[in-house]
Design a protein around this ligand. Structure first.
Ligand SMILES: NC(=O)c1ccc[n+]([C@@H]2O[C@H](COP(=O)([O-])OP(=O)(O)OC[C@H]3O[C@@H](n4cnc5c(N)ncnc54)[C@H](OP(=O)(O)O)[C@@H]3O)[C@@H](O)[C@H]2O)c1
Length: 315
C-alpha cells in the first residue's frame, strides 16, 4: 500500500493524513457495543500502524477518550489529537438522553479540557473544537474563546476550532478566530460545500466529518432505527439520494465506500476526513482506499453532475 496522502491543515501548519480517524465508534453506549480492552487496543494501534496521524474525539463519546488514553497515549508523538469543548463534564457511561446540556461558560470549558487531558493521559490537545456549533452571541456572552486562549497560553491547547454547521457557520467564519473547522460533508451531504471553500480561503484548516455518510448507502435500512430520532430522516434521504444518482455504473469495481471516501478527499479544500469505524476490516479498507488518492478527474466531475441532478429531481 502506498503511504497515505497528506495535506496542510490550514494555518496550523500541521501536516495531516487525508484519512483521519473519528473515535466516536468507541463510545460503547446505547446501541453500540462496548469494545473489550483487547479490541480497543488492536483498533487504535491499528489506526496508527496504518499511518493515520489525526484522531478526533469528544467528551461526549462515552468511553472514547478513556480508551485513547489507555491504549495509545504512549504513542502520543505519532498523532495529532483533537477533542471538543462545551460538553457536560460527567461519567462516560451516562446515556446521551440523561446528560446535562452543553454549556460554553469559561468554567465548563476549562473543566472539560482538564478532563480530556486526564482521560487521554496527555499534557496537551492539538485542537479543541467547540461542539454543537454554538452561535457567536453565545460565545461572546460567555467569553468562551477567552478561556481557550488562556488554555493555549498555558500550553494545554495548541489550536482553536469549531465544529460548525449552518446556520451558524457563516458567522463563525466571519469571526476570523478559528484555526480549524470541522464540517459535515460527503457526496450525499453537500450543503456546506461553499462555506468549506470560504473557510479554507480565509486560511482555516478543514476537517470533514461524515465523509462516508456512515455507510448508509450500503447498510441495511433497518440500522437507521438504531440512531437517535433526529438523525433518521436525514439518513433516509441520503440513502434515497444514492439510489436516485445511478452512480453504481461509474464505480468500475470500486466499492461504494471507496468511492465515497475518495470523493470526499477529492475536495480541494479539505485537509483530512475523520472516518469512524469500530471494525478493523473497515479500517484496513479505508486506509487502502485513501492511499489511492482522489478520484480520477473525469469520474469526479461526472459523479458531481449526477448527484447534483439527483438532488434536484423530486424524491
Ligand atoms: N462534531 C460533531 O458534532 C460530530 C458529529 C458526528 C461525528 N463527529 C466526528 O466525526 C467522526 C465521523 O463521523 P460520522 O460517524 O458521522 O461519519 P462517517 O465517518 O462517515 O461514518 C462512520 C460510520 O461509517 C461506517 N463505516 C466506516 N468505514 C466503513 C466501511 N469501509 N464499510 C462500511 N461501513 C463503514 C462505520 O461503521 P463500522 O463501525 O461498522 O465500520 C461508522 O458507523 C466521528 O467518529 C466523530 O469523531 C463529530
Amino acid at each position: 500500500m502506498s503511504p497515505l496522502p497528506k495535506s496542510t491543515l490550514g494555518r496550523t501548519g500541521l501536516e495531516v493524513t487525508k484519512l483521519g480517524y473519528g473515535a466516536m465508534e468507541l463510545r460503547g453506549l446505547e446501541h453500540f457495543p462496548r469494545l473489550s480492552d483487547a479490541e480497543a487496543s488492536a483498533l487504535l494501534n491499528g489506526v496508527l500502524d496504518s499511518g493515520i496521524n489525526y484522531i478526533d474525539t469528544s467528551p461526549d463519546y462515552g468511553y472514547s477518550e478513556e480508551l485513547i488514553g489507555r491504549h495509545i497515549s504512549q504513542r502520543r508523538g505519532d498523532f495529532y489529537l483533537a477533542s471538543k469543548c462545551g460538553c457536560p463534564v460527567e461519567a462516560p457511561d451516562v446515556p446521551y438522553e440523561d446528560r446535562k446540556p452543553h454549556s460554553f461558560t469559561r468554567e465548563n470549558i476549562r473543566a472539560g479540557v482538564e478532563q480530556s487531558l486526564a482521560r487521554m493521559r496527555t499534557d496537551y490537545l492539538d485542537i479543541v473544537q467547540f461542539h454543537l456549533s454554538p452561535s457567536r452571541a453565545v460565545l461572546e456572552e460567555n467569553d468562551s474563546i477567552g478561556e481557550l486562549e488562556k488554555l493555549r497560553k498555558e500550553g494545554k491547547v495548541r489550536f482553536i476550532g469549531m465544529s460548525g454547521t449552518v446556520p451558524e457557520l457563516a458567522e463563525h467564519i466571519e469571526m476570523g478566530v478559528f484555526d480549524v473547522f470541522q464540517i459535515p460533508y460527503s457526496v450525499l451531504e453537500r450543503e456546506h460545500e461553499a462555506l468549506i471553500h470560504e473557510a479554507a480561503q480565509r486560511g482555516a484548516g478543514i476537517v470533514i466529518r461524515g465523509g462516508v455518510a456512515r455507510g448508509i448507502m450500503i447498510k441495511d435500512e433497518s440500522i437507521i432505527d438504531d440512531y437517535p430520532e433526529f438523525l433518521r430522516a436525514g439518513f433516509r434521504a441520503r440513502r434515497q439520494l444514492w439510489q436516485r444518482s445511478n452512480v453504481e455504473d461509474l464505480l468500475e469495481g470500486m466499492t461504494p465506500v471507496e468511492f465515497m471516501l475518495r470523493f470526499t478527499i477529492s475536495h480541494p479544500d479539505m485537509a483530512t476526513t475523520i472516518v469512524g469505524t469500530a471494525n478493523p476490516a473497515h479500517l484496513k479498507a479505508n486506509a487502502e482506499a485513501a492511499a489511492k488518492g482522489p478520484l480520477p478527474k473525469e469520474l469526479y466531475e461526472e459523479a458531481r453532475r449526477r448527484f447534483t441532478l439527483a438532488a434536484e429531481s423530486p424524491a
